[in-house]
Design a protein around this ligand. Sequence first.
Ligand code: NDP
Ligand SMILES: O=C(O)C1=N[C@H](C(=O)O)C[C@H](O)C1
Length: 233
Amino acid sequence: MKIALVGYGKMGKIIEHLALAKNHEIVAKLSETPTLENLNSPDVVIEFSNPEVAFNNIKFCLEQNIPVICGTTGWLDQKPEIEKIAEENKTAFLYGSNFSLGVNLFFALNEKLAQMMSPFKDYSCQLEEIHHTQKKDAPSGTAISLAEGIIRNSDFNAWKLDETQDENLGIFAIRENEVPGTHSVFYKSEVDEIEIKHTAFNRNGFALGAITAAEWIQGKTGNFTMKDVLELN
Ligand SMILES: NC(=O)C1=CN([C@@H]2O[C@H](COP(=O)(O)OP(=O)(O)OC[C@H]3O[C@@H](n4cnc5c(N)ncnc54)[C@H](OP(=O)(O)O)[C@@H]3O)[C@@H](O)[C@H]2O)C=CC1
Ligand SMILES: O=C(O)C1=N[C@H](C(=O)O)C[C@H](O)C1
């Protein structure tokens, strides 16, 4: 498979390394806006850039009928527009706030736990995410996905940064040197606490998941998530 990496930072470099080990070809490594020339005719684009540029990068690639796997977080208010562009151009788009298998299993566990906890009003719920200090967005995309999973299965109707308050589910966003990504969900009462936690030891799980998604999306049209790839329904 010919892969164009749009965004060649921490994630782009690890994806390159792991994709080459799986005998894929890297036809572009871009830290700039993609063009027809610099993309170099890929089968798929893997986009890990930054929140300010992701929308235009993805839009351009989809308009060239190139399927896009996107891991960039922090631009999600524009996702409906991207999904429309993918449909109009009869190509494929997959966004994952987190591509690791472990986190996608954790998403399912989080929804199940939220369902179980919903009748027990003595427990208050709080989310926490910890990431490296270079991270540009807060809260993390993963924390937002976790919050959405809880909101779907509880009386919360929105999430907010900081502490849980009334119907707003709180997310603490903590920045510490070199942490690849740690997410916890707490349910606390006067007498005890339940905690579920996912800790990434490095970025390899994210990169492997993105490559798996790129392999899976070949020949498909439409908008997808990692649930489709991993058949987690
Ligand atoms: N979904 C998931 O599983 C994961 C998602 N992420 C997300 O992926 C994104 C990237 O993370 P990470 O690799 O750690 O970040 P980095 O900052 O290390 O890399 C981003 C890269 O994008 C480059 N860039 C800047 N402008 C453009 C542009 N116009 N087009 C293409 N590339 C550009 C930057 O270049 P320069 O340095 O020259 O500005 C940099 O090399 C973040 O949003 C992060 O939250 C991260 C890990 C996992
Ligand atoms: O910026 C990061 O590093 C990460 N970003 C993603 C997110 O915002 O959830 C995924 C992972 O936690 C690492």
